[in-house]
Design a protein around this ligand. Structure first.
Ligand SMILES: [Zn+2]
Length: 301
C-alpha cells in the first residue's frame, strides 16, 4: 500500500486540502472514506480548484491493524520531533520515527505552492458510541468549514493532548482539525467520514457543491447525526492512565453522556474511579492502548 492515497490538482487557483487517514492504524474508516471520495472524483470528472491530497498517517500500523507499533504517532508533534525526523533514517530507533518522517516530508512537499488556504483534516474513529465530533483549537471554532460539518465542536482538548498533528499544523498556518467519525469498525463511521469529506471539499472551495441525490443524502446524514448532540463543548478534565494501572471503564458509557460528580466511571488497581465533577463524559477508553481514560466536558453557548 502506498502512503499517498491520491492527488487531484485543478488548473484554477484554490485551497490545498490534505485528507489524512490512519494516523492510528486500527482506524480504517477514514482511509476507506478517502478512497471512496477519490473514486468518485476520478470517475465523475469533477472540476477541482487547488489541490486535494489523501495520505495515510501510520502506514505500518495500518497494515498490522494496530493503533501504533512503538509510540502513538498523534502525540509527538513539536519542533523537537520535526528536527528528529529530518535526520538520517539510519539513526531512527522506533517504527514511528520513519512513519512520521515520511508523512511530514509529504505534507511539506504538497504545502509548497500558491493556495487560497491550507486545510488539514485528520480522520479518526473512537472506541465509544456517539463519537462524531470535531476537535479544533479554540480560535478556529467558528471556521466556515467546521460549521458546514454540523458536528459537535470540541475545544481545549489541545491543552490536554500533547503533540497532536492538528495542533502542529495549526501553528504552521493550516486550518486543521480532527474529524472523529464514530465507533471503530462501524459502517456509520465510513458513511459519516465520506459525507464529511464532501462537505469539507465544498466548504473549502475545492469543488462546487454537487447537485445530486447522493450529495443531498450526505448532507442529511451529518445533520441528522448531530441533532441530539451538543454544538460546542469545552474540555474540563482528563483522567490520565498508565498501562500498569489496569484501567477498566465501566461498560456502556457513550460520548456526551451526562455524568454527576462522584459517579462511578471506571476501576483500576487503586480502586474505583469516580467523576470529579458534573458534566458530560467524553472519549471513554474502551480499547487496550491509550493514556486517556476519559475526559469530562461542558457545553458552552
Ligand atoms: Zn485516532
Amino acid at each position: 500500500m502506498s502512503r499517498i492515497l491520491g492527488l487531484f490538482e485543478g488548473e484554477e487557483k484554490g485551497p490545498l486540502v490534505v485528507l489524512l487517514g490512519g494516523m492510528h492504524g486500527n482506524e480504517v474508516a477514514g482511509v476507506k472514506a478517502i478512497q471512496e471520495v477519490f473514486r468518485v472524483l476520478d470517475e465523475g470528472h469533477i472540476h477541482i480548484k487547488g489541490k486535494i491530497v489523501g495520505l495515510i498517517g501510520n502506514l505500518r500500523a495500518l497494515e498490522e491493524h494496530k493503533r501504533f507499533i512503538d509510540y502513538d504517532l498523534n502525540r509527538v508533534w513539536n519542533d523537537g520531533y520535526a528536527s528528529l525526523i529530518k535526520n538520517d533514517p539510519e539513526a531512527f530507533v522506533y517504527a514511528e520515527d520513519l512513519e512520521g518522517a515520511q508523512l511530514y516530508e509529504l505534507i511539506q512537499k504538497f504545502s509548497t505552492g500558491d493556495y487560497t488556504s491550507k486545510v488539514l483534516v485528520d480522520l479518526h474513529t473512537t472506541s465509544a458510541e456517539n463519537g462524531n465530533f470535531i476537535v479544533i483549537p479554540e480560535d478556529e471554532a467558528q471556521n466556515a468549514i467546521v460549521k458546514a460539518l454540523h458536528l459537535p465542536v470540541v475545544i481545549d482538548l489541545d491543552k490536554y493532548l500533547e503533540g497532536t498533528l492538528l495542533k502542529f499544523m495549526h501553528d504552521q498556518g493550516y486550518i486543521s482539525f480532527a474529524f472523529e467519525g464514530g465507533q471503530i469498525g462501524s459502517s456509520k463511521a465510513l458513511l459519516l467520514h465520506t459525507s464529511g469529506i464532501w462537505e469539507v471539499l465544498s466548504a473549502a472551495g475545492s469543488i462546487i457543491p454537487l447537485q445530486n441525490d447522493e450529495f443531498a443524502k450526505y448532507s442529511r446524514v451529518l445533520q441528522e447525526m448531530s441533532e441530539s448532540l451538543p454544538k460546542t463543548v469545552r474540555v474540563l478534565y482528563r483522567h490520565y492512565v498508565e498501562e500498569k494501572d489496569g484501567f477498566k471503564m465501566v461498560n456502556g458509557f457513550h460520548n456526551f453522556q451526562k455524568v454527576n460528580k462522584g459517579e462511578l466511571l471506571a476501576k483500576d488497581k487503586f480502586g474505583t474511579v469516580e467523576s470529579p465533577l458534573d458534566g458530560m463524559i467524553f472519549m471513554p477508553l474502551y480499547q487496550e492502548a491509550g493514556n486517556d481514560g476519559f475526559f469530562i466536558v461542558e457545553e458552552i453557548i
